[in-house]
Design a protein around this ligand. Structure first.
Ligand SMILES: Cc1cc2nc3c(=O)[nH]c(=O)nc-3n(C[C@H](O)[C@H](O)[C@H](O)COP(=O)(O)OP(=O)(O)OC[C@H]3O[C@@H](n4cnc5c(N)ncnc54)[C@H](O)[C@@H]3O)c2cc1C
Length: 416
């Protein structure tokens, strides 16, 4: 295909990855982002083999791995101490695979630095309000009243709150309070586990290792209860957490002020038409979901890769956008359905989803073939997205070795 002039709305994970891939194909890329300057917002997330495969293609996998923490398995116990969610990366047919717990700012930082290093144009302070077609081009309209120049293609990577999709995302009743804490060295926590505790499906507390001596702590909370949580005060809340998971004392003593926690409201939306005339929605603007399965950032990276592959292979833009849909639609639909189905057993006020989880889902999932299926589901590999996108499974042993030498170099630089 000829060289395209591409506008990307949103400088998040999907937008930055798409910008790098398309710029490297020789297209002219401009990013438009509403923030004035990047800030280290948010807390932790998990990078799955799917996301890491794309980061490897971008040449960023070892760097990202050096900043994160390897996680071998997910373990969730109910109040009776019974394991009701266990999934291990060792059950994958992928040597030495693991999930990577990482602070969102570190993943963002690696992508953003690469975009800046390659001289891709970024216009910050540009909040996109809408777009319009004019002849053979699409233009973006910004909240301060100006318009972009005409572009051959607009990539909507503006996430959950995108203004370019016809339907806003629906808030789910539950969200969670998130905080980045120091890893509790004295505590009984396993550095290579993502651990969670549940009281029915009404309460969930979890700790995700992040690397660099940090962890992400999360506590599920209904949107409607957020004000009451503030009013009750931190001491009462810390007691509640420790009642559910006493070991968390070493974590919650670090949390003295409500401002140390960010309330993230979760939402679910699948944009019905992911492609239109000279526009394509990728990442959360196409498919937002609760982070229960920890896939959103990884799906955003797969979308970016799929779109670049489709553009690289097609002769014209409409064919490229059709091919993109063909590459990604099945996997997106599968995970939107899985996330929608498996969120209530972990976040619901009704008792029945938890009863189903503890008495049917958990025992059933321990049976032979389901172990591997569980690991594949957690890793984002169900539906074979890598093969479909022509991606190789990440080479964990060699990436881990490169990550250790990056860490060693950084620590000797810090000492000198
Ligand atoms: C608490 C929490 C935990 C999560 N945990 C995980 C996890 O463990 N693993 C995982 O894979 N995913 C996780 N996710 C989901 C993941 O963060 C998202 O799916 C992912 O960030 C989507 O990437 P994106 O690029 O589509 O959107 P975003 O990362 O949200 O980026 C969108 C960008 O667009 C910009 N923008 C928005 N509106 C406009 C506008 N009008 N004009 C211009 N710019 C705009 C934003 O400022 C932002 O920079 C989690 C999400 C939350 C909230």
């Amino acid at each position: 295909m000829r060289k395209l002039d591409i506008a990307i709305a949103g400088c998040g994970i999907a937008g930055l990855a798409a910008a790098l891939l398309l710029h490297r194909q020789g297209h002219c890329v401009t990013l438009y982002e509403r923030f004035e300057a990047p800030q280290p917002v948010g807390s932790g997330l998990m990078i799955q083999p799917t996301g890491l495969a794309v980061l490897a293609k971008l040449g960023l996998a070892a760097e990202v791995m050096a900043a994160g923490a390897p996680v071998d398995a997910l373990l969730g116990l109910n109040t009776e101490g019974e394991p009701v969610l266990e999934a291990s990366y060792a059950d994958l047919a992928m040597p030495q695979a693991f999930g990577l717990g990482i602070h969102r700012a570190n993943l963002f930082g690696a992508l953003y630095a690469a975009v800046q290093a390659e001289g891709i144009a970024i216009h910050t302070g540009h909040a996109v309000e809408g777009s319009s077609l004019e002849g053979e081009a699409r233009m973006l309209a910004f909240s301060h009243g100006s318009q972009s120049p005409p572009h051959d293609l607009v990539i909507d990577a503006a996430g959950l709150g995108s203004t370019l999709v016809p339907k806003a995302a629906e808030w789910l009743p539950f969200g969670a309070l998130w905080a980045t804490v120091q890893w509790p060295d004295a505590g009984p926590f396993d550095r290579r586990l993502l651990e969670q505790r549940y009281a029915r499906a009404e309460q969930m507390v979890g700790l995700l290792p992040l690397g660099e001596g940090k962890a992400a702590f999360f506590w599920s909370l209904m949107g409607a209860d957020h004000t009451r949580w503030h009013e009750r005060g931190m001491a009462a809340w810390r007691d509640e957490v420790c009642q559910l998971w006493p070991a968390c004392e070493a974590v919650v003593t670090q949390l003295r002020e409500p401002e140390q926690l960010t309330f993230a409201r979760y939402a679910h939306r699948t944009t019905r038409k992911a492609v239109g005339e000279r526009i394509v929605h990728i990442g959360d603007s196409w498919h937002a979901a609760s982070p229960q399965l920890g896939q959103g950032a990884n799906m955003a990276l797969l979308d970016a890769w799929g779109l670049a592959q489709a553009i690289g292979a097609a002769n014209d833009l409409p064919a490229a956008l059709r091919h993109f849909l063909h590459l990604r639609k099945g996997h997106v639909q599968l995970y939107q359905w899985l996330t929608w189905t498996f969120t209530p057993p972990f976040q619901s006020v009704s008792v029945w989803p938890a009863v189903f989880r503890d008495h049917f889902m958990a025992p059933g999932s321990r049976l032979g073939p389901f172990r591997r299926m569980k690991a594949a589901t957690l890793s984002g590999l169900l539906g074979s997205p890598l093969a479909r996108l022509g991606l190789e499974a990440p080479d964990y042993p060699s990436l881990a070795a490169s990550a250790s030498s990056i860490r060693a170099r950084a620590s000797s630089l810090a000492q000198s």
